[in-house]
Design a protein around this ligand. Structure first.
Ligand code: C2E
Ligand code: MG
Ligand code: MG
Ligand code: MG
Length: 280
């Protein structure tokens, strides 16, 4: 009896693995056509200044819906597949183009100025043509470089710190800003911070989640904000969902916040409405 259960478990396990491998293959195949089939969309999440309560930035986040996989696929699932297959290069370039074009359109519509933050994968960041590509997109779309903010994770420097620093320097010289996403979850953050031409730290949502109740998370967030201030960097807290979290961040003089408490990522038209809402 024990044996049979064991064998049954084994078969179940391999079937689950086969299913996952099959879905991965299906995903990579579908990803190849996602752009030309117009299955991808960029949504925008507001970033709010804690000093003024106003929207000062937008984070561009990619969405994918495809009938081949039965509907919406989350970035947590398809971004890794896009990275492994190299498809993140054309897809990432498309996101950059859309986001930069959008930022320009908001300026043209006379809306208050907002920075446009775009996520970059480590693979995009290893591409030595990246600074040239970005300069070209900014030029063609007519967006001043200071409007663009690239969100990198600490992992971009893992393989080749010197190469990463060289690319960061080039982007910095062109006037593009860079922030460290999910700050606090990667390796070697402190030793590299000095050499990185970083503008802002994004405090990872895993530290923000229990900030109202967990003394250690309070201590970590407070330490990150203080360190950032000493280094002359801005801070933004990710994943802010409650008034309690917000009031702690305010007390600690965090610069900005982003999260469901203010708004989820929304399509362009909705973001425009948020941006044009009159404020006191
Ligand atoms: P991220 O860059 O750290 O983005 C923040 C994620 O947190 C987003 O998930 C956002 O929808 C979610 N979020 C925002 N506020 C809240 C909140 O209050 N509570 C909770 N629980 N979550 C919140 P999303 O859109 O599913 O993206 C997940 C990750 O996928 C991103 O993490 C980013 O690493 C990656 N990603 C998304 N779009 C792109 C892209 O265009 N290029 C690249 N390379 N990566 C992307
Ligand atoms: Mg991000
Ligand atoms: Mg993040
Ligand atoms: Mg993340």
């Amino acid at each position: 009896q024990v044996k049979r259960t064991g064998r049954h478990d084994y078969r179940f396990f391999t079937l689950a693995m086969q299913h996952r491998a099959a879905r991965h293959l299906q995903m990579v195949n579908a990803l190849r056509y996602a752009l030309e089939r117009e299955q991808m969309q960029v949504v925008y999440q507001p970033q709010i200044s804690l000093a003024t309560g106003r929207i000062v930035g937008a984070e561009a986040l990619l969405r994918w819906t495809t009938p081949e996989l039965g509907g919406a696929v989350t970035p947590a699932e398809f971004i890794p597949a896009a990275e492994e297959s190299g498809l993140i290069l054309p897809i990432g370039a498309w996101v950059l183009r859309q986001a930069v074009r959008q930022a320009r359109a908001w300026i043209d519509a006379g809306l208050p100025p907002v920075a446009m933050a775009v996520n970059l994968s480590a693979m995009q960041f290893r591409n030595t043509e990246l600074p040239e590509l970005i300069a070209q997109i900014l030029e063609e779309e007519g967006l001043p470089p200071s409007y663009l903010e690239l969100e990198l994770t600490e992992g971009v420097a893992a393989h080749d710190p010197q190469g990463a620093i060289a690319i960061m320097n080039q982007l910095h010289e062109r006037g593009v800003r860079m922030s460290i996403d999910d700050f606090g979850t990667g390796y070697s953050s402190l030793s590299h911070l000095k050499k990185f031409k970083v503008y802002k730290l994004k405090i990872d949502q895993s530290f923000v989640r229990d900030i109202s109740t967990d003394a250690e998370d309070k201590a970590i967030v407070s330490a990150i904000i203080n360190m950032a201030r000493s280094l002359g960097l801005k801070t933004i807290a990710e994943g802010v969902e409650t008034a309690e979290q917000l009031s702690f961040l305010r007390e600690q003089h965090c610069d900005e916040m982003q999260g469901y408490y203010f708004s989820k990522p929304v399509p362009e038209a909705e973001f425009r409405q948020l941006l044009s809402k009159p404020r006191d």
